[in-house]
Design a protein around this ligand. Structure first.
Ligand code: 2AM
Ligand code: CA
Ligand code: CA
Ligand code: CA
Length: 262
């Protein structure tokens, strides 16, 4: 059966926009905030509410599709078979709680391991980034231009200051060298937006030692439609159902960044 991905994307955008409005409205109410694995790993009532909101709609509309969501209300997904929705109801929960900005809803749809749809919505700025495989990437319906080659010395690279301290997957001295070499560094604390900022050219690269499928699924579809490159630190293709390191950059910058994480 030929699946009309464009129709699925339209449906998904409609749900994402509605969910974004719910998040904006919730910023005016008091949130219930809990911690997960450690004191800075936050989750709110809205993370859970939005994930359930998507799962209800997906199950009703596409009963054969599976859902992999950060908060665990979806399916146990061990293989990439069939059609899987990868959902992060709030990417950047700490920003949502503390800053009330710099967070996003991230929805990727994968079919037999291939990214077909990517949607990342920043409700505060009303910016909807969306892509269907092979059909280009868009922000609010306007095509995002193809990325031109660049280099680290003239680039703005998103990093996380924690990796300059300790992380078994990152060499702190090499990271310090990267911070010195780059024109500038930034840290937004929202993986989906950091990937999409590389897609739009606001950033030239972004690297992070450990993301989950719901963090990178949508961004990977969008970045590939703008000619950007996304791999693991080893330079390999991402496994859509596994956690792993992520290095995303415009052409030219990607091979240079790989040298810093070898
Ligand atoms: P989250 O807000 O959905 O948890 C910066 O913390 C970025 O890394 C965010 O996109 C965040 O997603 C993601 N991230 C992934 N794993 C994380 C973890 N264990 N704790 C906090 N943030 C994590
Ligand atoms: Ca989280
Ligand atoms: Ca996330
Ligand atoms: Ca999240």
């Amino acid at each position: 059966m030929r699946v009309g991905w464009r129709e699925v994307e339209e449906k998904a955008q409609e749900w994402v926009r509605e969910a974004g409005a719910l998040l904006l409205a919730s910023l005016k109410e008091s949130l219930v905030i809990e911690t997960k694995t450690n004191a800075s790993d936050l989750v709110t009532n809205m993370d859970r509410h939005i994930e359930k909101y998507f799962i209800e709609r997906i199950q009703r509309t596409y009963p054969t599709h599976r859902v992999l969501g950060e908060e665990g209300y979806g399916d146990e997904v061990a293989s990439a078979e069939g059609t899987i929705w990868m959902i992060d109801p709030i990417d950047g929960t700490m920003n949502f709680v503390h800053q009330k900005r710099n967070f996003a809803i991230s929805v990727g749809v994968y079919h037999e391991g291939e990214g077909m749809i990517g949607i990342i919505y920043d409700p505060v700025h009303d910016e909807m980034y969306h892509a269907v495989r092979g059909e280009g990437a868009y922000c609010n319906g306007v095509r995002i231009a193809e990325l031109q080659p660049g280099n680290v010395a003239e680039g703005v690279i998103a990093v996380n200051a924690m990796w300059l301290t300790e992380n078994p997957k990152v060499n702190a001295e090499k990271m310090a060298a990267l911070v010195r070499e780059a024109r500038g560094t930034r840290s937004y604390g929202c993986a989906a937006l950091e990937i999409v900022y590389v897609a739009t050219g606001r950033l030239d690269g972004y690297l992070t030692p450990r993301l989950s499928p719901w963090d990178f699924a949508a961004g990977a579809v969008i970045i590939q439609e703008t000619g950007g490159i996304i791999t693991t630190f080893a330079g390999r293709a991402l496994d859509p159902v596994q956690k792993g390191s992520v290095l995303v950059a415009r052409p030219g910058v990607h091979p240079q960044l790989l040298e810093y994480v070898k």
